[in-house]
Design a protein around this ligand. Sequence first.
Ligand code: GLV
Ligand code: MN
Ligand code: MN
Length: 425
Amino acid sequence: MEIKKVTERIQNDLEELARFTATPGSGCTRLPFTKEARGAVEYIKKEMAEAGLLVWEDAAGNVFGILEGENREAPCIMMGSHYDSVINGGNFDGIAGVACAIEVARQLRERGVPRKRSFVAAGFCDEEGTRFGTGFFGSGAMLGKWDVEACQRFKDTAGISVYEAMEEYGLDPKRIKEAEWRPGSIGCFIEAHVEQGPVLAAKGTELGLVDCIVGIQRYMVTVKGRADHAGTTPMDMRIDAMEMAGRVISSLPGWAREYEDGTVATVGYIHASPGGINIVAKEVQFSVDIRSRSNRHIDEIAGRLKEALEAASVACGGSYEMEQKLKIRPLHLSEELLAVMERACMDRGYSYQRMPSGAGHDTLEIGQTIPSVMVFVPSKDGRSHCPVEWSAYEDLAKAAVLSADLVEAVLCGQKTSRAILCGYG
Ligand code: GLV
Ligand code: MN
Ligand code: MN
């Protein structure tokens, strides 16, 4: 009975939120600081308020809703995920976790759980980093990791900085530091998310309990050559930015494969200018995203990338710039919270397995300093970051019920250590 009601509420929220896309009919495109983001934020605020939460939007564009506990000074329990999406992505990545967090608040009230501390539902801004090549903007700002200088430095491919985009959206980037939460004010963090891979669906397992998340480094590389006539400039007299980029890009996958441990490296964006069929490329810009459970492997690939760019510059006569957009270490999630979740799965009779995450999540940022845990829901055919992304609403409901069980256990002070009760910092 509980599951049916929870399923319907989550389905309703996700179907409503799916309307906020810049590409209707071609998946979800909800980039940060756009009118689609504004639409989703307003809907989230409304649902949070209807769930009885005190709602606010912070200086970084994050949305929070608090269900206050008796002791407002005690570190809160926070649950959430992101409301932005990739380009032509799905209707579940991130936003499903926001819907689950709001649903947990509803359940806590319905169950009449006594609250010694507060529960906070969160919708984070710009986890994906799609627009600016970065990542974890909102959750990072909550931890004080963004400042005015960084907002001015990082730009999208149209040259618009985070700073300018925020102003255009109606936020004051000079106040970015106000988004920081006081160290010690968040006791633990929970994120429900779709798996985005094929493992759970293939095995018929209902839920995944994430025990580690890969580290990530991201770069935007700009290779500089010289624009010339494609027909009249001999091969040994041109400075071809595309040739330089091609040498480096074609080597990258092989470096990742050498480790045979799940390390991955991806060039997902490339742009040549001036971009004419009969012009030698003057400049080529491409992104690099490197991930591994081993931080050493990520560092090594980044080092080889730099060496290859040097070698290509010498061989072809051009130059390059390599801008780091993101650097975050692999994370092991809280054993203590995992154990509580495992217990709850057994009590509910949900099948589960522990698993790593190859995708980045707000938890990767938050879990570096705050005890954190994630629950995964099966993704149909493992597809994600594309319009066909799909998870069953009933599975999401199970993740929400399980998360409510965990929150209830922590709220009631069961099985919780000093780290969780006293907060980070
Ligand atoms: C986010 O989905 C990422 O893993 O890049
Ligand atoms: Mn994503
Ligand atoms: Mn996500």
